[in-house]
Design a protein around this ligand. Structure first.
Ligand code: PLP
Length: 320
């Protein structure tokens, strides 16, 4: 395989067959963590920048692209902007992992880490405020706005969903972790058309407000929001499962032990949700779940006992 660009490193047909994962049911885990920059978000990054180009907004060496990201979109955009010649500013927060921040800087991005939590206990409100300030002070700045940009949804309808549809004759369940809901919305739009009886499950952490849950502190990046994203208006999942972060950690650890793959936080959350709904599956159902990234970047957090004990507070206990 000869590559002309790192952006050719997107693996569209990797599905890990998890035998008897949920009782007697097999699950197919769509692996996106082997893509360049380590996650599903490289597809989103390419789509958002190409959309800007198609709309005639982006000019190399002049346009400053700005985005809020918990890390994975940030590092993907850093690479895409470096290749295409755009300056890039990423506004992120303390939940972003160190490797992603370092990677963004190495690809030439400016990284701003907001420190203040917003009234819903998250950082998204603070990140969006910072973006407003940048837009006011930098005349060539343009905000991609992954939370409302239809290109974020369309790329998953055209690519991720079709990658699933190409692999399976039928899909009965699809489980998707949600942040902006771009992946969920795009996948469900396209797969509902292909498999009308499919059940689409949105997975989020407890404390996320996207699907009407009570706001609360969350510590695992990538999924959940403290401000409902506009794209969620188009989502319409059949079911929403909220998983607490303790369960996510447990799911990540047991997956490494039993299935020998170090997966990221949103994958653990999705896998916990699959187990939670197992009693609703029928024998012979095809169950697909999305694994957005791998676990190496979470070695200091999810896979570090001291971090878990200090940061993830069991329900009913008071924070230290
Ligand atoms: C690890 C991980 N999982 C899931 C998601 C959620 O994807 P989306 O923003 O399309 O809802 C993200 C988004 O950044 C992510 O980084």
């Amino acid at each position: 395989m000869i590559l002309e660009s790192p952006l050719d490193l997107i693996f569209r047909d990797l599905f890990y067959h998890l035998r008897a994962f949920a009782g007697s049911h097999d699950v197919y885990l769509k692996l996106e963590g082997f893509n360049i920059t380590g996650s599903i978000k490289v597809k989103t990054a390419i789509a958002l920048v190409e959309d800007l180009e198609q709309r005639g907004i982006a000019r190399p060496n002049e346009t400053v692209i700005v985005e809020s990201s918990s890390g994975n979109l940030g590092i993907a955009l850093s690479l895409v902007c470096a290749i295409k010649g755009y300056r890039f500013i990423c506004v992120t927060d303390p939940n972003a992992n160190r490797a992603n921040i370092k990677g963004m800087e190495l690809y030439g991005a400016k990284v701003i880490v907001v420190e203040d939590r917003d009234p819903a206990g998250g950082f998204l409100g603070s990140r969006l405020k910072t973006i407003e300030q940048i837009l006011q002070s930098e005349p060539n700045a343009f905000w991609l706005n992954q939370y409302a940009n239809l290109a974020n949804k369309n790329v998953h309808a055209e690519q991720t969903a079709n990658e699933i549809a190409r692999e399976f004759d039928k899909v009965d369940w699809v489980f998707v972790g949600t942040g902006t809901t771009g992946t969920l919305t795009g996948i469900s739009e396209r797969l509902r058309h292909e498999f009308p009886r499919i059940k689409v499950v949105a997975v989020e952490p407890v404390g996320s407000v996207t699907f009407g849950g009570a706001p609360g502190k969350r510590n695992i990046p990538g999924i959940g929001t403290s401000v409902r994203p506009k794209l969620a208006d188009l989502a319409n999942p059949d079911k929403v499962v909220a998983v607490n972060e303790e369960k996510t950690v447990e799911a990540c650890l047991s997956f490494v032990r039993d299935y020998h793959l170090l997966v990221g936080g949103s994958t653990g959350t999705v896998l916990a949700a699959v187990k939670q709904l197992a009693s609703e599956f029928t024998l012979g159902d095809t169950i697909v779940a999305i694994s957005a990234d791998l676990g190496e970047r979470y070695l200091d957090t999810i896979y570090e006992r001291a971090w878990v004990e200090n940061v993830i507070v069991p329900e009913g206990k008071t924070p230290v």
